[in-house]
Every structure is written in C-alpha cells, then in structure tokens.
Design a protein around this ligand. Structure first.
Ligand SMILES: O=C(O)CCC(=O)C(=O)O
Length: 279
C-alpha cells in the first residue's frame, strides 16, 4: 500500500478496503515532545508511570488530552469515515517502557467493547517513535471484513490488554507493521485484528489512542457509558456526556473519571467472570 501523509478521499477508500491507514502527520515532532513532557510531568506528580485506570479515559482529567482529542486533522479524517456527528467514546495510553516485555496479543476490539457499530475508528497517536524495534502496532489487512474471530482470555502480566484476549490462529506472515514517527497517527477499524511486540529500544514507546463512534451507536453490554461530543450534533443521547476538564486534574472531573473508568473495567471484564475465577 502506498503510504500518504494526508487522510484524503483516496486514503478513506483505502481505509474502507483494508481496515487501516497509516501514517498521517497530526502534530510536529516538537509539539509531540511537548505533550510527552506534560504526560511525564503528570507521572512525576503521581510518583509512578501511568497504570490501571490512569491509562483509561485520560481526556476526562487532562486538558491537553482533551485538546488532542479535538485536533482538526484527527476529526477531519474521522469525519471522512463516519460523517459529521462524532462522539469520542474512549482514550487510552499505550506505553511500553524501554526494554520492557509489554506486548499486545492479537485481538479485535469489536469482540468486547459492547458497541453496536462497525464504524468505530481508532486513532493511535505516537508521542515517541513507534517502529518494529519499539513494538509498533501490526494489523491483519482486511480482517475487519471477517466475522468475529474466536478469542481466548490468557491473562498474562506483560499483556497490556486487561484479559489477555487473544486470537490464536493468526498467520504472522500476513501481518503488516504500522510504524509511526513521533507526532504521526494510524487509523484502524474496530473489527481490525491487531497486536504489538515488546519494546527492544532504550526509549519509551508512547501511544495515545482515541476511539470515535457515530452518535447513533448503542452500548449493548452495560447500562451506563460515557462519551464526548467532539463534532456535530448528538440527537440520540445514548451515552452520558462527559464533563470537559478546565485544567489538568480538575477536581470537578476526577469523580466522573473514577466512575467512568470503573464502568469501563466492568465492561472489559463482562463475560469473563467464569474464566477469571479459574486463573
Ligand atoms: O499500543 C498497542 O500496541 C496496541 C493498541 C491497541 O490495541 C489499540 O489501540 O486498540
């Protein structure tokens, strides 16, 4: 596939056919380094690197993540895929420390997010170099066209996925890497099978993902879920509208973040209780 730097109409056609597109420049390297320094300042305040619920929905408590979630280049790209009415359902930090064994097993997010849309787009923004050495994402082209693949929960301490969900019969030879320079993003569909390997470099591999859905999406697996309207109009109100942090760690947002990340944890473990007891 020819790599382009802009998500234009022909890129949108490639996305629809292949299930992914990469790379697209969103911010300059210097801007990305600035955002990385804000993340690391937050980690200094926490006294540890982000973990657990701190990885989930950081746009609710960090105003710079909220701003990135609304970046025009990102939203213009997403609009080409799903039209003008867009919610951001979730964001996540995906960090692999230098020489860490952290990995992500092959999985399709559609399998456990409970959303009734095939149109969710994940944006993965690199705040440091993501390449084969640092463990960039790999995808199985066109896997978004296949019906749901069978996953098993393998619970591995180095797996960045909560349950270690894994598709087992993947032919690695069919996989394609999505290397990103600092400040670039990749896009992939919710049904796309994807994975990543450990970081063998001396720098952190830092990704920030945003997950956008059309406003008519329903949450089928839990009673209560949250999302933020980032463009257009929401005529459906299927999700509780999230408050916007006025500044980093806005006390008004901290409680909401706690409730929203508890709900997300329940969602991610839904259906896994039986297996959980046996591991
Ligand atoms: O960061 C990674 O390596 C995997 C990220 C991922 O699974 C996702 O963004 O859905």
């Amino acid at each position: 596939m020819k790599m382009r730097q802009q998500f234009d109409d022909s890129a949108a056609q490639i996305f629809e056919r292949e299930g992914y597109f990469s790379p697209v420049r969103v911010i300059t390297k210097d801007q990305a380094l600035h955002y990385r320094s804000l993340l690391e300042r937050y980690e200094d305040k926490l006294g540890h690197t982000v973990r657990g619920s701190e990885r989930t929905k950081p746009h609710l408590i960090l105003s710079w993540v909220d701003a990135l979630m609304r970046h025009t280049t990102i939203l213009d790209s997403v609009e080409k895929i799903m039209g003008p009415n867009i919610l951001c359902w979730n964001s996540w930090f995906w960090i692999k420390e230098p020489y860490s064994r952290s990995f992500v097993s092959w999985h399709q997010d559609s399998n456990y997010w409970g959303l009734d849309t095939d149109n969710l787009v994940t944006i993965w923004l690199a705040l440091s170099p993501a390449n084969d050495q640092s463990g960039c994402m790999r995808v199985l082209p066109q896997s978004h066209r296949k019906s749901s693949l069978t996953h098993v929960d393998l619970y591995h301490e180095d797996n960045l996925l909560t349950r270690g969900q894994a598709i087992q019969d993947v032919k690695e030879i069919d996989a394609v890497s999505m290397p990103l320079d600092t400040g670039e993003m990749s896009l992939h569909n919710i049904r796309m099978a994807h994975a990543s390997s450990p970081n063998t470099t001396n720098d952190r591999r830092i990704g920030l993902s945003f997950h956008y859905i059309p406003t008519n999406t329903n949450q089928l697996n839990v009673e209560w879920d949250t999302a933020t309207l980032v463009r257009g109009e929401d005529q459906y109100h299927h999700f509780e509208e999230s408050p916007i942090p006025r500044f980093d760690l806005d006390p008004q947002s901290l409680d909401f973040h706690r409730k929203a990340t508890d709900a997300m944890r329940d969602l991610l473990f839904k259906g896994a209780e039986k297996i959980r007891k046996t591991v």
